[in-house]
Structure formats: structure tokens, C-alpha cells
Write a protein that binds this ligand. Sequence first.
Ligand code: NOJ
Length: 482
Amino acid sequence: MPYLADLGVDALWITPFYPSPMADHGYDVADPRDVEPVFGDLAGFDALLADAHARGIKVTVDLVPNHSSHQREWFTDALASPAGSPARARYVFRDGRGADGSEPPNNWPSVFGGPAWTRVPDGQWYLHLFAPEQPDLDFTNPEVVEDLEETLRFWLDRGVDGFRIDVAHGMAKPTGLPDMVPMEDTGLLADHGPGDHRFDQDEVHLVHRRVRAVLDRYPGTMAVGEVWVADDARLAEYLRPDELHLAFNFKLLTAAWGRDELRTAIDHSLATVASTPAPACWVLSNHDRPRHVTRYGGGELGTRRARAAVLLQLALPGAAYVYNGDELGLPDVDLPDEVLQDPIWARSGHTERGRDGCRVPMPWGGHSPPYGFSTSSDTWLPMPAGWAALTVEAQTRDHRSMLSLYRRALAIRRSSPFCAGDHLQWLPAPTGCLAFRRPGGLVCLVNLSGAPVPVPAGDVLLASEPVVERYLPDDAAVWLHP
Ligand code: NOJ
């Protein structure tokens, strides 16, 4: 907690810590109103919350409405109950197709691979957009929505400041569950556009309104949605005044490292929120994607670009999320087959390695695994050799480190009047570069041109690489003020 405060974090999002058989990294929740014993208990959670609040850090927790664990009591009851029973009506059970019902009710694939349906011994099928251990709940059932409200109130009454809503474009399924239009990419991060009936159905907004109505009774709280909807206008619908406060905009996270790609991502993100009360919400990495150091080329090149990228991200108007370890410039880790835990690995028939590479624990100090993360060398994913220079301890001592860059950038972003204002103005820039000004006066220039470029007038506030004789090297960014 002192580390986070010192870094300049003002709010936390904690991924699921609820009782779970961990079929999907805790996104298979067996009890949404308790703490998984591996992590502690409710008293421990309360202590964490009090500690964070004492340091001025807000705490948001992950809400996983779309599905539960197959080990939630509701689902074990559903399995023990007959077809058509109220217990089954909390989930999406259907008879199969074909003369003997042996074919799934529709053609939907699971985003983790394989069909989205699993058959139970009495012949019915249940829907799971994710792993079979994550049965989808039926949000047309009032009891399901009421239970979600109870979960919200449970954590709000304990004092949390808000929620990150998992699969916020899921939950509503079209009446009759029609076949979806076959498409090449139906996976976790696909553009779930028209024809993909699994996501972004109009009725999902009814759920968001119910969530918002609860939050509105707890002033100062918020919800940010994980909404994988590419279309600007469709995405903006989630940000109407009675729905989500924020939606992650994944366009920056999915953009390649290129001038046009980044500019397009930023323009779309700003256009999305322009007609809404919400600020933009920028993400470079998260627990579902390769870390950006790796995406941008890995090694020295990836790190250099990641340094520039964070100055870009933190200069933009709106909210910025930092995934733990971004601030250390952690790369993805090549993990051996036998330690992989992501359900994508098994469900893809061992063709897709999944997301474990970006989920390796934080290195705190020392020269060898587990780098102070644990007293056991057997961490839940193995930590690699060669991270000694990436530890918090090593980077704290080095004023040129990624961690030092994050600390300085976050401090400026938080306190400088230059960073004020909720929009940006694009500026003319050398070919292959991006430049914009914030209303407070901050100018950000990012060089993606392949060669050094002259730095415009203004004092250099912060630069991702040394500015020599007023030239900014390639793959670097600088903040200037008038
Ligand atoms: C999105 C989460 O970020 C991801 O980690 C999880 O696998 C799916 N939702 C399913 O809950």
C-alpha cells in the first residue's frame, strides 16, 4: 500500500478475490459476497480498505455478473433440479437440437474455444459464453438481478468506492437464442459487432440502469465497464447518464505502435465520449492481453516504446488505468506448457497459450525468483530468471528507470495545472509524429518517425529519452509547457 501511494495511484481495481475454484483466474465466482480463503477473509478485506482510504486511495472491486462458478450453490441446485424448475431458471438451460436433442441449442462458440454449451446428464444443455465452469446467468429472471443488487450493496456497505464490471456487454441474450452469424474471430477480444448475438444486446442497458440506481444511493461511487464493443455510437450508449460512469476504451490497447494507428485510436475514443457525461478511459495493458512492452517489440525496443507510450497515455484527458507491473516495464513471460492455467490453453486444444504470460507476479527485490513476492519459491506462476534489474528495489534506486518515469509522470499529471482540461487539440507535427496540447498548456509530442525530430518551443517537463540539443529521438515522447 505504501508503494502504491508513492507511485501516485489514486484508486485500485482489484480483480476477483471471491471464493472460487479458479477455473478462470477467479472470474468463476462461487460466492460473490465473501473472500477466497487463499487470499484472506472479510476482516482482511476491511483492513485493506481502511488502509487504502487512510492514504487517500479509493478501492474498486470486480463485479462478475454475466456468469457464476459451476460450484456456486445456485448451479449445483440447478443440476440437482429437473428441467423447467425455478433452480434451472437462474441459468440458461435449453433442450438440444436434433431428433434426440444431442446437438447444442445453437451455434454459439465459447470465447475460450469449443461450443458455448455443455450437456448435463438429463439431456438438457446449459450456456457458458466462457468456460463450462462459468455458466451464464439469466438476466430476464428478476431473482438474478436482485441478487446482483444485493452483491453491490454488500460491498458498498463495507465502503468500496465502486466496481469494474466484467463482460459489461454480456448478460442480455436475445429471445429465442438464434444462431449467430459465423465469423472468423469469436474469441475474448473479438469485435463483437452485429451478428454476434452473444453480446451487446439492447436489453443489457436495463441491467446497467439497475446497477446505476444502486450506485446513485452511494454518492461518490462509480462503475467502469469492460465493454468490448468497437462501434463508437454503440459504445457510447453504455455511458448514458443513467448507466456506466466509465467504459474502458480498448482501442489504445489494441492499436499497433504507429502514428496513424495511435491517432485513430485516440480520435475514436474521444469521439465516443464526446456525447456522454463520461471522460475517456485509457488502457495500455491488462490481465487479458500481452503486456505492451512485449506487444511493442519486446526487449530494448519494446521498453523504449513503452516509455513513450506511458507519456502519451498519461497526457491524454480522462482516466488512465495502469496494470500492475506496467510501471516496472514488465514483459510477458514465456512459460512452459506444464504451468499454464488459462482455460484458453486447454480449450484451444493447446494451440493458443492464453493469458498467463502477462500474469506473472510482481518482482519486489533481490536477485532471483521469487524476488520477494513470496516466502515460497513455488509461486502460482513461476517467475523468470533475469528480472533482478526490473524489481521495485532496483528501479527505485535508478532515476532513469521505468518506475521513476511513472512516478514523475503521475505526480505531474496529478498536480500540474498544465494537465488541466478535459480535451485536447491536435497540433501540427513533423511527419510521423503526434503532437497535441491540453487546455492547461501541456504539450505532448510523440516521435514515431524513425529519426530524431526537433522539439518545439517550451520547457521540457519530462521526456522518455534524453533530449539532446533539442532533438527528440525516435520512439520517444516529451512533455513540454509554455
Ligand atoms: C473478462 C476478464 O477480464 C477475463 O479475465 C475473464 O476471463 C472474462 N471476462 C470472463 O469472466
